[in-house]
Design a protein around this ligand. Sequence first.
Ligand SMILES: [Zn+2]
Length: 390
Amino acid sequence: MALKQRKSRLNHNQSTSELSDSDTSEKLRVSSTTKVPALLGFMVALLVACYILLTRRYEHVQNRIVVLDDDFEARDASIFSVQEIPGKGKGVIAVRDIKRGEVVIRERPLFVVPSEINTSPTALLTHHLSLLTPYQYAQFYNLSYVNFPAILDPEIDLAELALAIFQTNAVQTNAVSAGVDSAGVFPRMARLNHGCSSAFNVVYSWREKEGLLVVHALKDVRKGQELLTTYTDTKRTRDQRRAHLRHQYSFHCTCDVCSLPDRKSKESDHRLMSMSELYAQFATWGAGVIDGVQAIEVVERIWELGSQEGYLSERGRLAADAAWVVAAHSDVASTKAWAKVAEEWFGYEVGVDSEQVLEMQMLQTQPEGHPAWASRKAMRVPAPTLSITA
Ligand SMILES: [Zn+2]
């Protein structure tokens, strides 16, 4: 059984070998109800043990939340305010100009649960909610939700309401403490609405060591602009995006990209689909279908399409994967050059203080230290062109 979750795409740590599987998180969205398959009754003893372990860990996390929430919220107020937005419910508006790469939100989860569970989702959520402070409890129940059964009453059926809120707002964290494929609830971040392709301007990433979700500005944001993140991979056509968002999150997307006039929308669709296809092609380097030179040509084409589309997300990962390819072919100069590009773009998207940036800095110092070093035939592989480094 799986807990369905909304904002599940958080794959800034993917490696080249995983590129063809960028939507694995979607599989977590198996619908769930309170029904517990009879067979799983045998798991009860195991669950008791899990509960004890999980509870201990969360108590630790909870203590830190209480200490830090005030600071975080004071900082939020200096950057954005949560406001009513016509036709959208609540949204997050910048109260000052925000620079690309700036931290917009740092937030600890109210709680984290494994996506795959062997018990009733409502029972699990009720348990976690019982550990919250009254303030956190109110934060949780103030969150928006979709797909609440019409026959139930949200004032009375609190466990079902909690499930609807969780499914609407949970974010994939992959927190090791809760097992791989875990999901957390972040009430401040949850106010961010969705935008497709070039329309989203902030990106979130989970930091395992700090136990934090961080949101960075991917682009410069002007005072008064809405901060938008993306709930899913939007490198697909408008029709596909809208159908997916309607199905998973019950809204009709009217972001700037979905609102383009038809001709421009078709051009955008074409670029986004081409980017997806090129990502898939790039991943075939792993199986030796294309060589290093061809792989880097593909990266250059993805980059160019991204510039035309205004789709700037995932560039740190893309450049780091390019560095992987050139390191495998033992090209020192090219590895350093791609690592430098990756450092810059990771800096915007996941932060200059992120592990990814540190890793790329180390790679520039010692290319031969890359785990893929010399794992393929030695050859000269192109460094990034001026259109990438400029
Ligand atoms: Zn859209």
